[in-house]
Design a binder for this molecule. Sequence first.
Ligand SMILES: CC(C)(COP(=O)(O)OP(=O)(O)OC[C@H]1O[C@@H](n2cnc3c(N)ncnc32)[C@H](O)[C@@H]1OP(=O)(O)O)[C@@H](O)C(=O)NCCC(=O)NCCS
Length: 326
Amino acid sequence: MRYDIVTAGPEDFAAAVPDLAHVLAACVANGAAVGFIPPLDLDAAAAFWHGQEGAVRTGEKHILLAVTETGRIIGTVTLALAPQVNGTHRAEIAKMLVHPDARRQGVAASLLKRAEQVARSKGRRLLVLDTREGDDAERLYARLGWQSCGTIPDYALNGDGTSHTTHVMYRQLPPPPAGLMIEHSHPDSPDAVPLIDALSADLAARFGSDGRGGLAGWDAVADRSLFALARLDGVAVGCGAVRPFDGEVAEIKRMYAVPGSAGVGAAVLSFLEEGARRLGYRRLLLETRWANDRAVSFYRRHGYRLVPNYGTYQGRAESACFGKIL
Ligand SMILES: CC(C)(COP(=O)(O)OP(=O)(O)OC[C@H]1O[C@@H](n2cnc3c(N)ncnc32)[C@H](O)[C@@H]1OP(=O)(O)O)[C@@H](O)C(=O)NCCC(=O)NCCS
C-alpha cells in the first residue's frame, strides 16, 4: 500500500472530515480508547472533527493525514501546540488513529515522525501524550523513543462502565545538529557564493538547468526579502532565500544543503518560514522539478502541498509547485 503524509490545511480540512469520521468511528468500534465510548456513529464522529476546524484555522492544531494513492484517508494524528505562554516549547499528540484495515504497515510511525517534524518547525521540543495501558499504541510510542512517566489508574471509562489505567508519556525531540547556526546573510557574501555555485552545478548536472534565472532581478536585501546561511562549526553548509511574490505570498528560492549534512535543510527551511512569518507573509510558494524526488519528498515532509503551477512555471510539465500556509 502506498500512501502520503500531508497536513490538512484550513482550506481543505472540511473536505477531509467524512474520511476522518470513518477512521475515528472504525477505531472506536474496534475498541480504541480515544475519548469516546462505543457506539460512536458517523454523525457524532464528523461533529467531533468539525469541532476541530477553528483550532486548525488558528494553527493551534495541526492535523496530519495518511492518504492513499486513491485519495482515501487511512490514518491521522493531531499535534496540539500548547497555548500557554510558558508552554511555547511543548505540544501534545492526540487522536493517533489508523483504520483497522490499514494497520501494521508503519502508517502510525510515519504519522508520528511527521508530527515531530511539524513540532520542530513550530519551535516545539517536548511532546506529551497519554495512552491506555497495554494498548498496541504503548508499544508504538516506546519503539519511537517515548519515555514513560508512569500510570494514572481509573483514568477513563470503557464501553461496559469499567475504567482503565492510562500511561502518561513524553518525548524530548533531539536538538538540531550541535554547532549548527543559521544567520541572515547575502547571496553575494564570500561564504554564500560557493554554496550557490554548488547548487547551480548540481541542478545543471541533474536537470539541465541551473535555476539561477529564478533569482534574476532579485534584491536580497530588499524590503521583505531574506537570505539565510547555515554554518556547521563555522563552515557554510546550507542556504535558502525568501522573496516577495504577491502581497502576503512569498517564494522560497535557492534552498541548498551540502550533501551529507543531515538536518541542515530542515533547519534552513524552518528559519525561512519563521522569517517569512515575521515579514508579514501568510503563505509560501516554491518550485522544484518532479525529477528532483529528494526535494519533492523533503517539501512534502515539511507540510508543503502541491499547488497549480504559478507564474513562469505555468505550462511547464517538469515543474512541481508547492505551497504552505504559515
Ligand atoms: C496504535 C495504532 C495507531 C498503530 O497504528 P499502525 O499503523 O498499525 O502502527 P505501525 O504499523 O506503525 O506499528 C504497529 C506494528 O506494526 C509493525 N509493523 C510496521 N510496519 C510493518 C510492516 N510493514 N509489516 C509488518 N509489521 C509492521 C510494527 O513493528 C508494530 O509492531 P508491534 O505492535 O508489535 O510493536 C493503531 O493500532 C490504532 O489506530 N489503534 C487504535 C487507536 C489508538 O489506540 N490510538 C492511540 C491513542 S493514544
